[in-house]
Ligand binder design. Structure first.
Ligand code: ZN
Length: 159
């Protein structure tokens, strides 16, 4: 199907050339995320402005293609956006991924943009954790800025 191929291309592109990958000079918040089911281990680095803006964001580490593509797409979505908007997007995206019955209405889809490429993993609970790991790390960093932190996603198969 053409749509599937298009989405595969987006994921491949971000896996091969992850955006905003690397250390972030001046970052004040670092959240390490671990998905033991797959072996994904990434750290999200955040530079937050006084006005609640995500001034810059990057990630380091290694993971499967779904995890790397999700982290790469995430950085593009939240950079230079208010932290509150990014938390809201995180909640929306993770709930669309973890609830296969969540409606994929046009309003949801247009806000997601290229992130739609990852919605195909909704059918695979183990891969959902790969896709949501960077977002869980982001949310923790936005809600608890400045504190170095670690998180490990629940290593049980069901979402
Ligand atoms: Zn993975």
């Amino acid at each position: 199907m053409e749509f599937d191929e298009l989405y595969q291309e987006v994921i491949l592109d971000h896996t091969r050339r992850p955006r905003n990958f690397g250390e972030l000079p001046g970052a004040s918040t670092h959240v390490h995320g671990d998905n033991p089911m797959c072996g994904d281990e990434i750290t999200v680095h955040l530079k937050l402005g006084d006005s609640g803006l995500v001034e810059d964001v990057s990630f380091t580490g290694s993971g499967c293609s779904i995890c790397m593509a999700s982290a790469s797409l995430m950085t593009l979505k939240v950079k230079n956006k208010p932290a509150a908007d990014s938390v809201r997007l995180t909640n929306k995206f993770t709930s669309l991924l973890t609830d296969p019955a969540a409606p994929l209405d046009p309003a949801n889809l247009s806000e997601l943009g290229d992130l739609q490429a990852l919605l195909g993993v909704r059918k695979f609970p183990l891969r959902v954790k790969c896709a949501t790991l960077p977002w869980h790390a982001l949310k923790q960093g936005l809600e608890h800025p400045g504190a170095p932190s670690d998180l490990t996603v629940d290593p049980t198969p069901q979402a």
